[in-house]
Design a protein around this ligand. Sequence first.
Ligand code: NAD
Length: 359
Amino acid sequence: MSNKIAVLPGDGIGQEIVAEAVKVLECLKSDFGLSVEMENGLVGGAGYDASGTPLPEETLKLSREADSVLLGAVGGYQWESLDIAVRPEKGLLGLRAELELFSNLRPAILYPQLADASTLRADVVSGLDLMIVRELTGGIYFGQPRGIRTLDNGERQGYNTLVYAEHEIERIGHSAFKIAMKRDKRVTSVDKANVLECTELWREVMERVAKEYPEVELSHMYVDNAAMQLVRAPKQFDVMVTTNMFGDILSDCAAMLTGSIGMLPSASLDANGKGMYEPIHGSAPDIAGQNIANPLATILSVSMMLRYSLNQVEMADKIDQAVNRVLDNGLRTKDIHSEGMQEVSCSAMGDAVVAALRS
Ligand code: NAD
């Protein structure tokens, strides 16, 4: 039975980079027998322009019915003055909430060919392949009560609440352990259990979940140490699982170890492994329409989709190998270009990946 992919290019460079990812999917269909159907939908500013909302009803229906969602990016200058309720970014947040995508996977991969792009020494980061699994729909960003109140003495006080129910920790734990089973079978759970009771429970539940995955080695690390270790010796990690806020901060830090925003894919999964796949970058309005964006993060998002939602690991490997080959051949889009390499356009990079798949 063929899988259905909802294709939502969105705004800005979203249109250009998703077109290249679709080329790759079409090649896998025609040349390697991948059985998928694709259907396009509007989201973000494009959705707003067409129907007055960044998440049109038909896009939501399409995304609900699909096995996976491939998203480009949303946002742009022309929508910045809109009411916050209908801004493009609301389309993305709406999709995450409606599809209950609680598990955010952010790999930080540094291709050896791009080691010079990192601000860290090449020997520290070259070959880095780390997966951060961030809880996405709970924790302090959503906990109640929250707000700013006035105390009896007239001073104002801001407050938020860090809460995690056991089932929320369990499901993100399972997500991380399942991913570790497809990788090097090591999970580091990051918490602040020495100070925060909520993460004391987090640690206890992680221990419990770990019993169901005897092949996977679980270790714990306090978040302050994890931040330090990420910049000291990032290659020590395989899968890192953590709360919404810790993951927000650590995943940006990890992404920057690689120094190339145009290279990093991401996934957000629900309890059944259905996911939305997108590059970690935004719609880059400063370079939109110029055919110079790097499409590799989006192409690698397709690889993640095949690996984590559609169970097509061999097809995912083919994409990863093709991207490696293109980099080996010295092809670079402007954002990752360096001396001696061949600068290519967005569409030429997509064509090169397709050619590498076929070679
Ligand atoms: P951005 O990620 O769009 O761009 C940051 C910088 O990186 C820019 O200089 C851009 O040209 C460059 N860049 C980004 N992706 C690139 C690629 N594939 N190839 C080459 N260069 C690339 O972030 P921003 O400028 O802060 O935000 C622009 C818009 O995107 C805003 O409207 C913002 O709200 C939105 N945004 C959307 C998402 C999303 O859709 N997931 C994420 C972040 C920002």
